[in-house]
Structure formats: structure tokens, C-alpha cells
Design a protein around this ligand. Structure first.
Ligand SMILES: Cc1cc2nc3c(=O)[nH]c(=O)nc-3n(C[C@H](O)[C@H](O)[C@H](O)COP(=O)(O)O)c2cc1C
Length: 211
């Protein structure tokens, strides 16, 4: 049975546009893999603690050494949860050109040297087995194209974060120009649903064609 880890990052509950985009992605993935188990983590309402002095003092410990270190227990649990998942889904708003603070708190607990990545002469190398990762972003302004009107630090940042731990099979989906957070017209979600269906079936065809 497939395990899907869904990191939901908006504080706006069911009204959140990125949450609704995430729901569409989850529905499509579970249609593709019937019986898949979805583990949803609501990062904005079930907040992950910020790293503290004890964490920074012990973060170099590997898995065995970390077992008895209290300051690494949240990090260990989140890393194991991510490792167990076959698929990662992140639904997130853009906040101040990048990821919201609750997602950054998760990142700080999960990117741990000697545990999820190592430093090599070639740079940082990830220790996780790659898995499909789907990122659904909702932004008030533009994100894509020359006329976005603002910098997008979220996309390159999340690419770099996930690559650091070994996740390179990453697909982004955007709801942009959603200013005000009001429910968008139905057509926006219909277009997103179509894009999700087309890109997922394209990936499935590619996987089948692979020798
Ligand atoms: C604190 C805060 C910062 C924001 N910063 C940006 C931003 O930099 N760029 C942008 O396009 N939208 C920004 N927005 C708007 C949200 O990205 C937008 O309303 C989004 O659709 C919210 O997603 P949600 O409904 O999933 O919470 C910001 C909203 C908040 C509350």
C-alpha cells in the first residue's frame, strides 16, 4: 500500500486555496493508487517547534547516536515519516516571496547533516531515496513569467531544499494572481484539475515506457 505524506502549510483551513489544490492532487493520486494511505500534517495549526540551542549542539549526530538525544526527537520523527512515504505532497501559500514560516520550521528539522544529507567535495548529497514530490503553490500575485511583478524565491528554494536530501523528482503546480484569498472562479480549479490529470498521466506513461 502506497503512503502519501501531505504537508499542508496554510493557516486558513478549508478556505485555503493551496489546501483545496492539495485536495485535488490527493484525489488524483489516490485514484491512480487505490488504497493509498494519506498522512496529512497541518503545519500551520499543529506547529513544529523551532530548532533551539540543544538541537544546534547535537544536530551532527547520526541516526544511532540521535536515538537517546531528546533535542533531536522531533527531527527524528519527521525524518522517519518522510522516509516512510512513497509520495510527498506539499500544499503551500507564498508568503513574502517564499515559503511560510511553518514550512520553514519543518525544513529546519528535516535537513540534518549526517542524517538526511552529507557534505562531500562535490557539495551536499542527499541520503533519501528519491520519490515523486508534488508542490501546490497559491500566491496572491504572479509567480510565472516575465510579468510576474515580484521575485519568486519559493520555487528555487524548495527545489534546492528537496535536492539537498535526495528528492529530485519534483513537480510544481501554481494558483497565481489569487489576491485577497477569495475563492477563485471555478474555471481556475477546473484548469488546475486538468493540468494535474494530464501531468500525472504523462508521468505514468513515461514510467511504463521506461525499460
Ligand atoms: C503574510 C502574507 C504574506 C504574503 N506574501 C505574498 C507574496 O509575497 N506574494 C504573493 O503573491 N502573495 C502573498 N500573499 C498572498 C497569499 O500568497 C495568497 O493569498 C494565497 O492565495 C494564500 O494561500 P492560502 O489560501 O492557501 O492560504 C501573502 C499573504 C500573507 C498572509
Amino acid at each position: 500500500m502506497k503512503e502519501i505524506l501531505w504537508l499542508n502549510c496554510s493557516a486558513r483551513g478549508a478556505a485555503s486555496l493551496s489546501f483545496q489544490a492539495g485536495q485535488k492532487m490527493i484525489a488524483s493520486l489516490t485514484r491512480q493508487s487505490p488504497g493509498a494511505h494519506v498522512n496529512r500534517r497541518d503545519l500551520a495549526t499543529d506547529a513544529i517547534p523551532f530548532i533551539d540551542a540543544a538541537y544546534t549542539a547535537h544536530m551532527y549526530l547520526d541516526e544511532t547516536a540521535a536515538r537517546d538525544e531528546p533535542s533531536l526527537q522531533v527531527s527524528e520523527a519527521l525524518i522517519k515519516e518522510l522516509m516512510r512515504a512513497d509520495i510527498l505532497v506539499v500544499s503551500t501559500p507564498m508568503h513574502n516571496f517564499t515559503v511560510p514560516a511553518p514550512l520553514k520550521a519543518w525544513i529546519d528539522q528535516v535537513l540534518r547533516i549526517n542524517r538526511t544529507f552529507v557534505r562531500t567535495p562535490r557539495g551536499k548529497e542527499g541520503l533519501l531515496t528519491d520519490k515523486p514530490s508534488y508542490i501546490l503553490v497559491s500566491a496572491g500575485g504572479g509567480v510565472l513569467g516575465e510579468d510576474a511583478g515580484q521575485p519568486d524565491f519559493l520555487t528555487p528554494y524548495l527545489h534546492a531544499v528537496l535536492k539537498t536530501i535526495g528528492l529530485t523528482d519534483v513537480s510544481f503546480f501554481y494558483l497565481e494572481k489569487m489576491a485577497g484569498g477569495a475563492p477563485p472562479p471555478q474555471e481556475v480549479f477546473d484548469a488546475l484539475q486538468l493540468e494535474i490529470s494530464e501531468r500525472l498521466s504523462g508521468q505514468a506513461e513515461l514510467a511504463t515506457a521506461r525499460p
